[in-house]
Design a binder for this molecule. Structure first.
Ligand code: PLP
Length: 416
């Protein structure tokens, strides 16, 4: 950072402060992680300079012979890691990868069957405020009220009734495994494309900790910065028969020049994810999420679906008489970063919400194990139930903040 400090001390201070924030608190956002110094080095490299519209060997600019190697290596690693016939590392984000899928398979007005937003679906799965709900016709499926699980019979009924062009499996706040074989059967019966949006859990697939959607899906999109622990960005893998349509959808339909530094960073993350160390990490992420969820239940929170099979849990705070909004704000004051989240059939509006979502990717990267989860849960519970408007509550939050500091000092993010 020496050059940055010399040229722009103001932005250098932001970078330093963010590192301080990461080091000083508990990071429990389920969609975040602490990417490796190797990935950061690729991101901060001169590959950022290069225009490389097109694909390796077929570029619209000269001088791409070097950056071509980064993309070729990355594509080969993605295909090997996921057992995929085709991979595209160019989507700038998860939302862009998803837009490319719509562009490849749908025409405006086509029906798309996906999990409803309030039940855990992503904005790009048909929300009215996104292109997906504005230009396409969403048919939402839900989770069951009694057990919080996907109702596959409902998915099948809706698929046969509406005959959607695509069926989407995958969500932002679904803690359980998804039955991809069942989705494939339904898609085949309805004559639909099966698209799995694996943004949240692809890292667990890469680490061989949960079953892969790749053998079942026509296309799998994902972000590269969640459990997978790569740079911020998107990616897709697919069957060979869809390769041309998807590649053309990413470029030139939707994007211009790829971010070659990000493509290189993705290649680095894919190499890291292919190691035995990473596989151990992926299993530990799940073990930590499960231990944290059980411990939070002992403090009176209700785990939606009764637990988790993945890196995240959704907790209903109604038994504690606390809203998600209050919990997020109070946790923030105590140095614990998590997000409020609507729960299925939530009586509260989304900006208030009855729940929180917690995830274990970052704290697991820092080296925490099941042994620390009861303490993490105790600190969360103490924070969310402290009334920050009272003197006692303020003191309680300050005490939690101190304890958080002591805990994370044993597991430093980016150790010096
Ligand atoms: N799909 C799912 C399931 C997600 O959870 C997310 C982000 O959280 C995205 C897509 C979008 O990714 P991005 O924020 O990179 O556009």
């Amino acid at each position: 950072y020496d050059a940055l400090r010399a040229v722009d001390p103001e932005i250098a201070q932001v970078v330093d402060d963010e590192l301080g924030r990461l080091r000083g608190g508990l990071q429990l956002i389920a969609s975040e992680n602490l990417t490796s110094p190797a990935v950061l080095a690729a991101l901060g490299s001169t590959l950022s300079n290069k225009y490389a519209e097109g694909y390796p060997g077929r570029r619209y600019y000269g001088g791409c012979e070097v950056v071509d190697r980064a993309e070729e290596i990355g594509v080969d690693r993605a295909k090997a890691l996921f057992g995929a016939e085709h991979a595209n590392l160019q989507p700038h984000s998860g939302a862009n990868a998803n837009l490319a899928v719509y562009a490849a398979f749908c025409q405006p007005g086509d029906k798309v069957l996906a999990m409803s937003l309030p039940h855990g679906g992503h904005l790009t799965h048909g929300a009215k405020v996104s292109f997906s709900g504005k230009w396409f016709e969403p048919v939402p499926y839900t989770v069951r009220e009694d057990d919080g699980l996907i109702d596959y019979d409902q998915v099948r009924d809706l698929a046969l009734q509406h005959r959607p062009k695509m069926i989407v499996a995958g969500a932002t706040a679904y803690p359980r495994l998804i039955d991809f074989a069942r989705f494939r059967e339904i898609a085949d019966e309805a004559g639909a494309i099966l698209w799995v949006d694996a943004a949240h859990f692809i890292g667990l697939v890469a680490g061989q900790a949960i079953p892969s959607p790749v053998p079942y899906a026509d296309v799998v999109t994902f972000t590269t910065h969640k459990v997978l622990r790569g740079p911020r960005g998107g990616m897709l893998v697919s069957k060979a028969e869809h390769a041309k349509a998807l590649d053309k959808a990413v470029f030139p339909f939707l994007q211009g020049g790829p971010l070659m530094h990000a493509v290189a960073g993705k290649a680095v993350a894919l190499a890291e994810a292919a190691t035995v160390d990473y596989q151990r990490y992926a299993r530990q992420v799940i073990a930590n999420a499960q231990a944290l969820t059980s411990a939070l239940e002992t403090h009176g929170m209700r785990a939606i679906s009764g637990g988790t099979d993945t890196h995240l849990a959704l907790l209903d705070l109604q038994p504690l008489g606390v809203t998600g909004k209050e919990a997020e704000a109070r946790s923030g004051l105590a140095g614990i970063t998590l997000n409020k989240n609507a729960i299925p059939y939530d009586p509260q509006p989304p900006m208030t919400a009855s729940g929180i979502r917690v995830g274990s990717p970052s704290i697991t990267t820092q080296g925490m194990t099941e042994a620390e989860m009861p303490e993490v849960a105790r600190l969360i519970a103490a924070a969310v139930t402290a009334d920050e408007t009272s003197e006692d509550g303020k003191q309680a939050l300050a005490d939690v903040r101190d304890e958080v500091g002591t805990l994370v000092s044993r597991f430093p993010a980016y150790p010096r």
